[in-house]
Design a protein around this ligand. Sequence first.
Ligand code: CU
Length: 116
Amino acid sequence: MKLKTIAMSLGLIAFGTAALAPHANAEGAFPNRPLMLAAAQNHHGVGTVTQIDRKGRRVELKHGPIKSIGWMAMTMFFEVEDADLLDEIEVGDEVDFDFIETRDKRYVITDIETRG
Ligand SMILES: [Cu+2]
């Protein structure tokens, strides 16, 4: 039966998505699900390093527009996933960087390197 097969597939998809939410019970699976999916997306940007805050484990970048997240150009701080990433850069460097948006709206760089 074709319809039955589709229904079973949807059931499996729903189950699989719920299984991906590690804090589903604590936070409520359904309201947080769209943010969970957003957190998985990797964004890429290009910018200039304007400040490095080693204690705060973050870097301020003057970045260009980033369409994948709907941002205009701006200057802002990003956290870094690994503090060692801050050793790769200096103030004034032009950089390529990848980052994610967490469920609680933090922007965390997963990779950064000087251009050229
Ligand atoms: Cu920004």
